[in-house]
Design a protein around this ligand. Structure first.
Ligand code: ASP
Ligand code: MG
Length: 409
């Protein structure tokens, strides 16, 4: 008998009908002889609704109160899911974070897990009861409710899987797996049967929305096997697992894209030590995350310093730079918030030269200008103008023949 953790996202518990379908799915796995612990998100749209209520009422709501407010969404779906299971003749019991308890640090709205008590969950399983745990929430050492950051319930499921040494952590969502590219852009995008953790980490952080990057990281670090599946359509989904020397390694496994990017360039910066830190220091000080950085050395003793940020941070970042260019003796700040990042990812790149050239050729053939490039051992990312996103993804998908069979190293 295996223990599986099932995590159901917002759309999977988005209505009573969907919750009934979840219950049936759990019953099916229980009937096959496995134990299941269910972790739920709030019903779709609910956390956003709660968040805006808090923001409407108060211009500076305390994080402690935001946690009490936002965690309410999961309380509703956990109770309803337990009722739906009972309705199917499968005894179930809902748990909030503090009841388990799932202990976190005291960083409200972005808490991190410290420990998970497994006794009540194990006792329930031994008694044939299915525990339904509210995702996204925990309790700190002082007994206050915490949440772990938006989109956090994937990570809750992984943490529970790790604490109980579950055989598999199944993330049920509204897509039936991880695809070679976004199927809304590429008609012949293929579902991948297996993705390696290293690739999934890149794909998740480069814009593929299927799994939360923190959940992938947690699973990789704690050795939890993940599977992404649809709660709407039957199927085996995509298995995320560790690289195995006997497995075929694709040169390119998939293409990710991020549309929420923006670019800033400080022009004519004196080429002296300390400039990068003078420019990026205040940006980091404003808690703005910087992604790609490019610095060119000019022939006149100055350099152009370019970096990307999330689009929502663009105006703040531009304001900060406008305020410091005089001090650092730079000429100007120019920005562009209509850019996207497109990336190809695959562990096979490690043993294969020429991947970048193929990608760049595909873009050149479509007359798409590459504005920035960054690479790691298993990924190549380019920044291009937003208007070329679809053409770029399709042409790269084609050049690596991802619509037929994944090219194997
Ligand atoms: N309900 C929370 C959110 O919307 C957590 C989650 O769904 O993962 O952010
Ligand atoms: Mg969600």
């Amino acid at each position: 008998m295996a223990l599986h953790i099932h995590k159901y996202g917002g759309t999977s518990v988005g209505s009573l009908d969907r919750i009934r379908a979840v219950a049936q799915n759990v019953v099916k796995q229980r009937e096959a002889g496995d134990d299941v612990i269910v972790v739920v998100s709030a019903m779709a749209g609910e956390t956003n609704r709660l968040e805006s209520l808090g923001q409407e009422l108060s211009n500076k709501p305390k994080n402690r109160e935001m946690d009490v407010l936002l965690s309410a969404g999961e309380q509703v779906s956990a109770a309803l899911t337990a009722m739906a299971l009972d309705q199917c003749g499968c005894e179930a019991r809902s748990y909030l974070g503090w009841q388990v308890p799932i202990v976190t640090d005291a960083n409200h709205t972005r808490a991190r897990f410290e420990s998970i008590e497994t006794k009540r969950l194990k006792d329930d399983l031994a008694a044939g009861i299915t525990p339904i745990v509210a995702g996204f929430q925990g309790v700190d050492g002082g007994g206050d409710i915490t949440t772990i950051g938006r989109g956090g319930s994937d990570t809750s499921a992984v943490a529970i899987a790790s604490a109980l040494n579950a055989e598999e952590c199944r993330i049920y969502t509204d897509v039936d797996g991880v695809y070679t590219a976004d199927p809304r852009i590429v008609d012949d995008a293929q579902k991948l049967e297996v993705v390696f953790f290293e690739e999934m980490l890149e794909l998740a952080s480069l814009g593929s929305k299927v799994l939360h990057p923190r959940a992938v990281e947690y699973a990789a670090n704690s050795g939890v096997t993940l599977r992404v599946l649809s709660s709407f359509i039957e199927g085996q989904g995509t298995l995320i697992t560790f690289e195995d020397a006997n497995m075929e390694r694709p040169v390119v496994s998939g293409i990710a894209h991020a549309i929420d990017e923006a670019k800033l360039t400080v022009v004519g910066v004196p080429d002296v030590p300390g400039v990068a830190s003078t420019i990026l220091g205040p940006i980091a000080g404003a808690s703005i995350e910087v992604d790609m950085i490019v610095q060119n050395i000019g022939s006149d003793g100055t350099t152009d310093f370019t970096f990307t940020v999330k689009r929502r941070d663009y105006d703040t970042a531009k304001g900060i730079l406008d305020g410091i260019i005089k001090d650092i003796g730079a000429r100007d700040v120019i920005g562009d918030n209509a850019i996207v990042k497109v990336s190809v990812v695959g562990v096979g790149m490690r043993s294969h030269a020429g991947v970048a050239t193929r990608m760049f050729d595909a873009l050149a053939a479509e007359d798409i200008n590459i504005q920035m490039i960054s690479t790691s051992e298993i990924k190549i990312s380019v920044v291009i103008a937003e208007q070329y996103l679809d053409v770029a993804v399709r042409s790269i998908h084609k050049v690596f023949d991802l619509g037929n069979n994944v090219t194997v190293a």
